[in-house]
Design a protein around this ligand. Structure first.
Ligand code: ADP
Ligand code: ASP
Ligand code: MG
Length: 436
């Protein structure tokens, strides 16, 4: 069995629902994980904000506008009056429940209930559409099997057992909600924003699926940022580690932590494009292609900090003392480079920057560079290969480079440049690495 996850971008309107149903119909007996329609989770968060602040008028207006949107989708989506009526009854009941929160005390528990409605709505609409098309679809309530423990981690045993039981009942297609779950206190909870990808990977790992497909509105993971560089292309194959490096450094389609369950269960993940269902997409698995550079990604708003001290020379414990300062302010370090008399490192969380700098001054002269950008080149960067570093460095010959980090893993080389040089760096790397 395969897991097919469709994001909000794939179910933005009635037409898109039909497209998704077409893809599901062709794929065979699989388990579909669905997000909320695009924009819905944001609107639900906005409604929760109004309810927290007791702005009841704001809440009612926003609820009414969202309900109207769903009623319009129902009108456009179904051919039969009976399907329209069935879907309308479900949608109206949900919106009545949302309105009822204006009459109650509103807190954390209620907020999570509000946020859960988007996936319940979209999955019911899709199930009803598939039924109308004559598909024997079984809607599996995520709240009956997606459980997280007190640490917020998925309870894999519970998920496996409950899902296996639910899958015993015959169906052409199984359908469930992404993102929503039940926590250790038996309350409705969620897997945080973008959590449907995580649901798909947890479910795929739990049942040992053949493949986890993440369907979105662009063609796989790109070899560079399509918003900054022309002629980017999709990367056809990535190792899980390469995908994680890219996701962290800004290739937004898949969050790095969400693929962890798939990776450990050794279930391949494939990124596919709803707008071009026949395109091969990007396959992510535990195999490494030797000898190739895969992609470049960038992360902005980076701060570089340099600590220079002659006391560092031959001293032990210097780095530990430096790192402890960052730890005490719960600030994580991304890149690091050292020389005999200095260390440079980067952070992206600047909340405690002035406190950190103040404390670091005990150990040396501190310099801070703001508005920096990490550019990360991903691929087979095993140190025994020759020539890859020099190709990367030769692309940077006209660009001021603040730091270079190589050898930390087998998969990447990171370069720190000024944010204003980001576009030029990405273009030059693209030309040198993929254009020749
Ligand atoms: P979905 O609803 O399918 O889960 P998301 O909301 O998670 O989709 O976001 C995917 C979107 O992110 C795509 O529409 C894509 O245009 C956009 N995107 C943002 N940054 C990048 C990037 N660096 N590379 C590719 N796509 C990106
Ligand atoms: N609907 C949720 C969100 O927008 C989960 C998801 O789409 O992945 O974050
Ligand atoms: Mg997403």
């Amino acid at each position: 069995m395969k897991i097919l996850k469709f994001g909000g971008t794939s179910v933005g309107n009635a037409q898109r629902f039909k497209g998704v149903a077409g893809i599901i119909g062709k794929a065979g007996k699989n388990l579909v994980v669905l997000s909320a329609m695009s924009g819905t989770t944001n609107t639900l968060a906005e409604i929760a904000g109004y309810l927290y602040n007791r702005n009841l008028e704001g809440a009612r207006d926003t609820i009414a506008a969202l309900e109207k949107k769903y009623l319009n989708v129902i009108n456009d989506l179904y051919a039969k009056e009976a399907s329209k009526e069935k879907a309308r009854a479900y949608v109206q009941a949900i919106f009545r429940e949302l309105v009822s929160y204006t009459k109650e005390l509103f807190g954390d528990v209620q907020e999570r209930l509000v946020l859960a409605q988007g996936e319940l709505l979209s999955s019911y609409l899709l199930a009803t559409y598939l039924e109308e098309q004559g598909v024997n679809v079984k809607l599996l309530p995520a709240l009956s099997f997606m459980r997280i423990d007190a640490q917020g981690e998925p309870d894999m045993d519970f998920i496996r057992l409950s899902l296996t039981k639910l899958l015993e009942e015959e169906a052409d297609v199984y359908l469930t909600q992404g993102y929503i779950c039940v926590n250790a206190r038996e309350e409705v909870d969620n897997l945080k924003r973008g959590g449907s990808d995580y649901t798909a990977c947890i479910v795929g790992a739990a049942i040992g699926a053949e493949e986890i497909q993440i369907w979105t509105d662009i063609d796989g993971m790109h070899n560079n940022d399509p918003r900054m560089v022309e002629n980017t292309s999709a990367v056809r194959h990535l190792h899980f580690d390469e995908a994680a490096e890219l996701a962290y450094f800004g290739a937004k389609i898949l969050h790095p932590t969400c693929i962890t369950p798939a990776r450990y269960a050794n279930v391949p993940v494939r990124l596919l494009n709803t707008m071009e269902p026949e395109a091969p997409g990007t396959l992510i698995d535990n195999n490494q292609d030797s000898g190739s550079i895969k992609a470049v990604a960038a992360k902005d708003n980076i701060v570089a900090i340099k600590i220079k001290s002659s006391r560092m020379l031959m001293a032990h414990g210097f780095l530990r003392r430096v790192f402890e300062i960052f730890e005490s302010y719960r600030t994580s370090i991304d890149m690091i480079c050292t020389s005999e008399v200095g260390v440079s490192l980067t952070i992206d969380d600047t909340r405690y920057l002035s406190e950190i700098v103040h404390d670091l001054k005990k150990y040396g002269t501190v310099t801070v560079d703001l508005d920096m950008c990490i550019i990360c080149v991903v691929g087979d960067m095993c140190w025994t290969n020759c020539g890859y570093e020099s190709r990367v460095m030769s692309a940077l010959k006209d660009i001021p480079v603040r730091m270079v980090s190589y050898g930390g893993s087998n998969y990447n080389i990171s370069i720190l440049v000024r944010e204003e040089d980001k576009a030029a760096t990405l273009r030059s790397l693209s030309q040198k690495l993929f254009g020749e």
